[in-house]
Design a protein around this ligand. Structure first.
Ligand SMILES: [Ca+2]
Length: 490
């Protein structure tokens, strides 16, 4: 008990007030997990693991509750970016976050192994910020002599996601971008101030590489700088400054860090469980956080969200990788013919008319109380009854035995907002699992099913293991149906 209280007290102190702990050693993940009895989530907070010799060093971040965003009456606050109102977030699961930003050396290995192409030029400083054909992740121009221990820059959100997929495949573990909630929780590391060292931007120079006196001497940017000297005019090698209380380096400054989340410009509707906030099409922007070497102090705050086109590359955009624990990587489905579709409907007649009569799907089981009967039935149900409806793909003559995928009597509540809007907390999720999502969507489109979100790769954020691909369609009875392609039948 005493130990737990001491830990909480320590986490609430600004980083510089706590006695600096020794820098933890980097452990081989498999050995570390074996030592604690076989589960990654049992690794102690602050443990640093690595899945391969050249893989990023990952810090174990404990679960916990925190207040996300900035108080409306704070000295520095930007309500236009959705910093307010603050939101109570519960990070339910232990996860791992990169000890530093992903380095140029790590990115170089990714490019060497995948042949990943950089399609666009990069925006750099050349008397003004402008696109340069000569600049790319290898040569981001600032600094003029980039080294492998610098954070990779000139990378887009799409580049960062491709890196995560590569690392997942390579290691067999689920790597991904952090959700913004996870990122902010980790950046705060128990603090409630605008910066993990306190409130003053002028105290930055021990903790972060920001736009400081060193930078202002070299770059004539038209904004204020921190009134201290950190020794780096532009990008610094990773890990040169003091870490926060979780043992994470450069959570502010150096390069902006891409997030899994779409940019909302509001905190209303953000998931309270710390998962990434994403929706159909994602609007124009993804979030990035933490500010960069060239950023004015007012934006070098934990809660200030950057927002940029996911294909944009600037030489102050980089990323930090996250890793789900106990979540083996599931490679993309390698094709197949059998699939199953399960959904709830609140209008069995319309659903049957469409899915069975028009599309030719077969009913496998049409109420929770019938078992193994493939004959479509005329149902007599009381008004308002919810029906569990299970069907087989068109043309299927047998297929795998199918069990109920939801509890008996489960039902869903219709959305209380327009269906075109992003899902909100409390919305029921109707999940359809298929074996071949591309084929399924082709059938849907041929038959006039409204596609709301084309299939995209699940990023497995918030501790949810990646299961494959996901898209969204709207059933003619008005149900939003999430379609997932899963591994095997499950
Ligand atoms: Ca600097």
């Amino acid at each position: 008990m005493i130990h737990a209280l001491m830990l909480i007290a320590a986490l609430q102190l600004p980083a510089h007030a706590a006695q600096a702990p020794a820098k933890p050693k980097v452990l081989d993940t498999a050995a570390a997990v074996k030592a604690v009895g076989g589960k990654e989530a049992d690794l102690a907070a602050g443990t640093v693991i690595k899945d391969c010799a050249t893989c990023p060093e990952m810090v174990i971040v404990p679960p916990g509750n925190f207040i996300m965003g900035t108080a409306a009456n704070a000295k520095e606050v930007d309500p236009s970016r959705g910093e307010t109102p603050q939101a109570k977030i519960a990070i339910a699961r232990t996860f791992a976050l990169g000890r530093t930003e992903v380095t140029r050396g790590q990115y170089k290995q990714f490019v060497a192994e995948t042949g990943h192409q950089t399609k666009h030029q990069c925006r750099v400083w050349d008397k003004e910020f402008k696109e340069s054909d000569a600049a790319n992740w290898e040569q981001p121009m600032q600094p003029a002599e980039p080294k492998d221990e610098h954070p990779v820059a000139c990378v887009s959100w799409n580049d960062a996601v491709a890196f995560a997929a590569w690392l997942s495949q390579k290691t067999g573990h689920t790597y991904r971008l952090p959700s913004t909630a996870e990122w902010e929780y980790a950046a705060r590391a128990g603090t409630t101030t605008s910066r993990f060292w306190g409130e003053s931007p002028d105290d930055a120079c021990q903790y972060a590489n920001t736009f400081d006196i060193s930078s202002a001497e070299k770059y004539p940017f038209n904004w204020v700088h921190a009134q201290c000297k950190d020794g780096y005019a532009d990008v610094a090698p990773v890990g040169k400054f003091k870490p926060n209380a979780f043992g994470l380096y450069d959570m502010i400054g150096n390069v902006w860090e891409w997030q899994a989340d779409c940019y909302a410009g509001s905190s209303q509707g953000r998931p309270k469980d710390g998962t990434a906030w994403v929706w159909e099409g994602c609007g124009e922007f993804h979030e990035n956080r933490g500010g960069g070497w060239m950023t004015a102090p007012e934006r070098n705050r934990i809660a200030w969200p950057g927002r940029d086109d996911p294909d944009k590359r600037d030489n102050f955009f980089g990323f930090r990788i996250a890793r789900s624990l106990d979540a083996p990587y599931q490679p993309p489905y390698d094709g197949g013919t059998l699939r199953r579709v399960t959904f709830f409907t609140n209008d069995i007649a319309k659903a049957k008319a469409f899915w069975v009569d028009a599309l030719g799907y077969k009913v496998r089981m049409d109420t929770p109380n019938f078992g193994g009967d493939e004959t479509p039935k005329t149902l007599k149900l009381p008004p308002g009854a919810k029906v569990h409806f299970m069907i087989l793909e068109p043309g299927a003559t047998g297929g795998p035995l199918i069990g109920l995928m939801a509890p008996m009597g489960a039902s869903f509540t219709p959305l209380d907002h327009p269906i075109d809007q992003a899902p909100r907390a409390g919305d029921a999720m109707i999940v359809v699992k298929v074996k071949d999502i591309a084929k399924s969507f082709a059938v849907f489109k041929q038959n006039g099913v409204r596609v709301m979100n084309e299939p995209t790769r699940l990023t497995g954020t918030g501790g949810t293991p990646t299961v494959g691909y996901e898209g969204i369609v709207m059933s003619p009875d008005g149900s939003r149906i999430i379609v997932q392609q899963v591994d095997a039948n499950g």
